[in-house]
Design a protein around this ligand. Structure first.
Ligand code: ZN
Ligand code: ZN
Length: 252
């Protein structure tokens, strides 16, 4: 009773605001977006590349690989993302990471779980692993955004989270302004599986669901996957909240 009263009071003093446009609204989707902004989220729907999940043109066959995967298959078995990294979702992810608002993690995680894990069947996996931050970056930010998303996903599907086995062993410059080739070179060897006795064999023959906030070129996720497979994992699937999708007028 007292709790309900406190919450009602808090709603009057600090009315819930849309994370994107800042307007107050009672019916925020996943506690973050007003109906108008929620309606603008561009969810990724089929047809997508069966391997990496890149959205394809209307009418594309379900088994048609995208050009990127056709040239060279990624090391992960499958990747899927919930929505395009743009608009209000991009702003919310920026606030989450760069304006250090870990409280947004739960709602953003719910965008994954409420949207059927972007079509990935979590039943097929034994463990959820977030893309790790280097310890220096973790100290700066205070939290790992991917771990917060991974926790919500893991709780919803009843699979354990393992945030100790996969390590970021090399800090790398931010990749925001880099192209694909530069990203690949920048990230090579940045991850490794912990060699400590207690953790050894933890990944052996495991089916790993690797979680990140944004899929950009896939280089970071590919590099994590290589480290996990080296560490004994049987198969890695990738699930991200958002995906950078080149617009039609962007150069390829
Ligand atoms: Zn809004
Ligand atoms: Zn692909």
């Amino acid at each position: 009773m007292a709790q309900r009263l406190l919450r009602a009071l808090a709603d009057v003093l600090f009315p819930p605001r849309c994370q994107s446009c800042g307007r107050t609204a009672d019916d925020l989707t996943v506690g973050l977006f007003c109906p108008a902004c929620a309606g603008e989220i561009r969810y990724i729907t089929p047809p997508v590349c069966p391997a990496c999940g890149a959205p394809g043109p209307t009418g594309q066959a379900a088994d048609q690989l995208c050009g990127d995967c056709h040239r060279e298959l990624k090391p992960f078995a499958v990747a899927r993302s919930v929505a395009v990294y743009a608009g209000g979702l991009l702003r919310a992810i920026h606030d989450f990471k760069y304006r250090r608002q870990p409280g947004l993690g739960r709602g953003l995680g719910r965008l994954i779980t409420d949207n059927n894990y972007a079509g990935i069947d979590p039943e097929g996996f034994d463990v959820v692993i977030p893309v790790p931050l280097h310890v220096r970056r973790l100290r700066e930010r205070g939290f790992n955004q991917s771990l917060l998303l991974a926790r919500t996903v893991a709780t919803a599907c009843g699979i354990p989270v393992d945030f100790l086995s996969l390590r970021r062993v090399r800090d790398t410059p931010p990749q925001t302004l880099m192209g694909r080739k530069e990203r690949q070179a920048n990230i090579r060897g940045a991850f490794a599986v912990a060699r400590r006795d207690r953790l050894r064999d933890r990944l052996r023959d495991r089916q790993v669901l690797l979680i990140d906030d944004v899929y950009t070129t896939g280089s970071t996720l590919a590099e994590c996957t290589r480290a996990l497979l080296d560490g004994g994992a049987a198969r890695v699937g990738v699930l991200t909240l958002a995906r950078a999708v080149p617009e039609a007028d962007d150069p390829p």
